[in-house]
Write a protein that binds this ligand. Structure first.
Ligand SMILES: [Zn+2]
Length: 243
């Protein structure tokens, strides 16, 4: 399929874009595509290592390490990473256990104003990135922030919206830890062949978020073998007139 000269990747948290699509970001960047990653719920103090302090700074640094890694190996400086600074679910008062239980979690009813705020931000992003292919999260792990972002995106699309390529990406590690494989109809499936060494290097840069990095990398590789002989990342075509 044809990807535009620029792409916009909507990332719920700092790390979702690169953990899910890092190989694709590298692939497209190497072809000269301009990349913009927008980290939405980037105000956070979440780490798997409770002893860590200044998590906010550490997480932004991890993200920028990967932006720089891809810039360097693809000889393309046009990778832009933004942090919108909206508080993540835990900072908004959701319990960690509830976060993955949306919409059953009992606090979601209070968040209509957050969704309205997101719709306004996303409408603006769509307007200012008219020529970009847009990647949005599918909400596969049912994480409240992923689902709100996905739903807000669909609410933001103008009626009759069909001029832009929109791809939903499956989030990692949520997809590979599921007991059953998410089904994507073949005619809507889009596989990006990636360089597994680059993807592994990207994953290693998120040590504040991953307990067993090498196991994570192996699981990613095994997961992609379910769909392809070559390492890949998987998306679903949501809307396009650009075949
Ligand atoms: Zn996330």
């Amino acid at each position: 399929m044809t990807i535009n000269k620029s792409v916009l990747i909507m990332s719920p948290h700092i790390d979702d874009a690169f953990l899910s699509l890092g190989g694709t970001i590298h692939l497209l960047s190497s072809k000269g595509v301009d990349i913009k990653v927008v980290n939405v719920f980037s105000k956070t103090n979440f780490s798997i290592k409770p002893s860590m302090t200044d998590i906010q700074r550490i997480r932004r640094n991890e993200e920028m390490l990967n932006a720089n890694l891809v810039r360097n190996i693809s000889s393309n400086n046009n990778i832009d990473v933004e942090f919108l600074g909206i508080p993540d679910a835990v900072m908004r008062g959701h319990k960690v256990n509830d976060v993955l239980d949306y919409p059953r979690g009992n606090t979601h009813m209070e968040e209509y104003s957050l969704k309205t705020e997101l719709v306004s931000i996303i409408k603006n992003l769509i307007k200012t990135n008219k020529k970009s292919t847009i990647f949005i999260p599918l909400g596969i792990g049912n994480h409240i922030d992923h689902v709100i972002l996905r739903d807000a995106f669909f609410e933001s699309m103008p009626t009759g919206y069909n001029k832009q390529v929109i791809l939903g990406y499956e989030e990692q590690p949520y997809s590979f830890i599921r007991s059953t494989t998410v089904e994507i109809p073949k005619e809507k499936e889009v596989l990006f062949t990636i360089d597994p060494k680059v993807k592994a290097a990207i994953v290693r840069n998120y040590s504040s978020q991953i307990h067993e990095v090498e196991k994570f990398i192996k699981s990613l590789e095994e997961y992609s073998e379910r769909f392809s002989d070559r390492p890949c990342e998987r998306c679903i075509r949501i809307s396009t007139t650009n075949k």
